[in-house]
Design a protein. Structure first.
Length: 172
């Protein structure tokens, strides 16, 4: 059976259209894969009290997490190699993230009894983001309202209209 059998009957809606991601990053780069990361994770970094290293570690874990019910289980060695850290440093950062409720490390075992890579449950991170969501939604709405008001005050050419009638100067 041909490996492409599952896609042989797929009809491309826009076969000649180049994806924005391909235009931006290059098709060859995008073909290697991508991650789905909510922008709010970046926006909320300071509110979540995440260090840059902790954030990057969470981003790497998210890169391995593709299905809601199947948590990622990369090795500490792979994470260390990706981040340019030692396995011990990864272990310490994981412990901090677990203490702060971002992740939960669950041991995994081979059916013959040997321990495998830990599974990293990211539901703590998800809950924390959901907690801050109303705050960030409000901020985003306020920002959009400010932009609308500024746009309403702007004339063509970038000159700001004076919403108050100019004061008349009395002739002497």
């Amino acid at each position: 059976m041909n490996a492409n059998t599952t896609t042989d009957n797929v009809v491309q809606l826009h076969p000649n259209e180049v994806l924005e991601s391909d235009k931006k990053w290059g098709a060859a780069v995008m073909k290697l894969g991508y991650s789905m990361i909510p922008s709010m994770l970046f926006w909320a970094q300071a509110r979540l009290n995440l260090t840059p290293t902790q954030l990057v570690l969470l981003l790497h874990l998210a890169d391995f997490w593709w299905q809601r019910d199947k948590m990622p289980f990369p090795s500490k060695a792979e994470l260390a190699e990706r981040m340019g850290l030692s396995e011990r440093q990864i272990q310490r950062h994981m412990a901090q993230l677990e203490e702060e409720g971002f992740i939960k490390r669950n041991p995994r075992f081979h059916y013959k009894g040997g321990q495998q890579n830990n599974e990293y449950d990211l539901n703590g991170l998800v809950k924390k983001l959901k907690k801050f969501e109303p705050e960030f939604t409000k901020l985003k709405q306020e920002k959009q309202e400010t932009k609308k008001k500024a746009k309403a005050l702007t004339k063509v050419g970038g000159l700001v209209a004076n919403p108050v009638a100019p004061k008349k100067v009395k002739d002497e």
